[in-house]
Design a protein around this ligand. Structure first.
Ligand code: PHE
Length: 339
């Protein structure tokens, strides 16, 4: 039997090593990894095993060198297998023990921040809190009494139209329920349960089936303010709104009242605010209508109060220079990151 030349032995090893490297680098799952492990390193019929057998055919003088080449190639192929194992484990979310150096300096994890509307809500609560207004919540699913009747919105009033509200499906004969269309519901809930003097503010979601555009959305937020104290007048209302707006927007803000109508206030006004040379309509307000005071069991001859309801998106848009309120709900981090 002629001896195997060392050169061809080494060439076989090199080819095997190249094939194994390429194979292990390409594996994308555990099944492929196992198949290549068997093909290259399998103990019975693996390709490395076949070359190991030919080691015995080398000239005696070539055997030590051949053995070294063989071991080098075997170590290199085993390293490729382990690298592929680690790569797959990492891709699966696992952390290879020993593969991370915990003493390395950390990198900053980008932290999120509160949504601009949440920030606006908290800021409004804080400013109004300093003026003595306690922050309260009310339910978003309401009955007719709190959304309409106690607010003197009669059965025929167009504001109760099913096309203008999100009524819920209820059992036949059960009292209608709807997603509240205004936060004025909370005025009623508070006055029903407490006695004056009252200073409350309530911020939350309201729902109206409006078509979404730059200034409308089927869900939006309102801030409702309510103050009930003997001797309250429209001038108190205007002062509170002006103090609030100046604190929130910064600098001097002018407040303008335009005559309007709401069933639950008398007189009623639209509230406009001017800041930086631009007037913007912010919402409605007025003195609490005697019918509402009666509905909650107060004596309209002994007590008076004011209420206002402003759009939170409008306030936030004004503050942050946003010209399309839909951006607040798109959850696009490129937009949200700016605040
Ligand atoms: N609830 C009214 C609206 O949504 C606003 C308002 C609140 C008006 C309080 C007067 C008093 O349009």
């Amino acid at each position: 039997m002629t001896a195997v030349p060392l050169e061809s032995f080494c060439a076989d090893l090199e080819r095997l090593r190249g094939d194994a490297e390429a194979a292990f680098q390409s594996v994308a799952d555990a099944a492929a990894l196992e198949a290549f492990r068997v093909e290259f390193l399998g103990a019975r019929s693996g390709r490395l095993k076949a070359i190991q057998k030919s080691l015995g055919g080398l000239e005696v003088a070539d055997k030590p060198a051949g053995g070294r080449y063989f071991n080098d190639a075997k170590n290199a192929i085993t390293a490729c297998l382990e690298a592929a194992q680690a790569r797959l484990a990492e891709a699966a979310g696992g952390v290879e023990t020993g593969s991370i150096d915990v003493t390395l300096p950390g990198t900053l994890v980008p932290l999120g921040h509160v949504h601009p509307l949440t920030r606006t809500i908290r800021r409004v609560q804080e400013i109004m809190g300093r003026l003595g207004f306690e922050s309260v919540d009310g339910p978003e699913v309401e009955d007719q009494w709190h959304n309409f009747e106690a607010l003197a919105i009669s059965a025929e009033h167009p504001a109760r139209d099913p096309l203008d509200n999100f009524y819920l499906a209820v059992a036949r004969g059960a009292d209608p329920l709807l997603l509240r269309s205004q936060t004025s519901t909370v005025q009623i809930r508070v006055m029903e349960n407490r006695e004056p003097p009252l200073r409350i503010v309530s911020l939350g979601r309201v729902y109206r089936p409006d078509t979404a555009d730059a200034t409308h959305y089927p869900m939006f937020h309102q801030v409702e303010g309510l103050l009930v104290e003997p001797g309250t007048t429209m001038s108190h209302l205007k002062s509170v709104l002006r103090l609030f707006a100046s604190s929130f927007l910064g600098g001097d803000v002018r407040v303008r009242f335009r005559p309007s109508f709401f069933p639950f206030t008398e007189p009623s006004v639209e509230v406009d605010m001017e800041w930086g040379g631009r007037w913007v309509e912010m919402g409605g307000a007025g003195m609490i209508d005697p019918a509402v005071l009666e509905a909650v069991g107060y004596d309209p001859d002994a007590i008076s109060g004011f209420a206002f309801g402003l759009g939170v998106e409008r306030i936030a848009a004004r503050r942050y220079g946003v010209d399309d309120i839909r951006d607040f709900y798109r959850n696009d981090v490129r937009f949200l990151r700016q605040f």
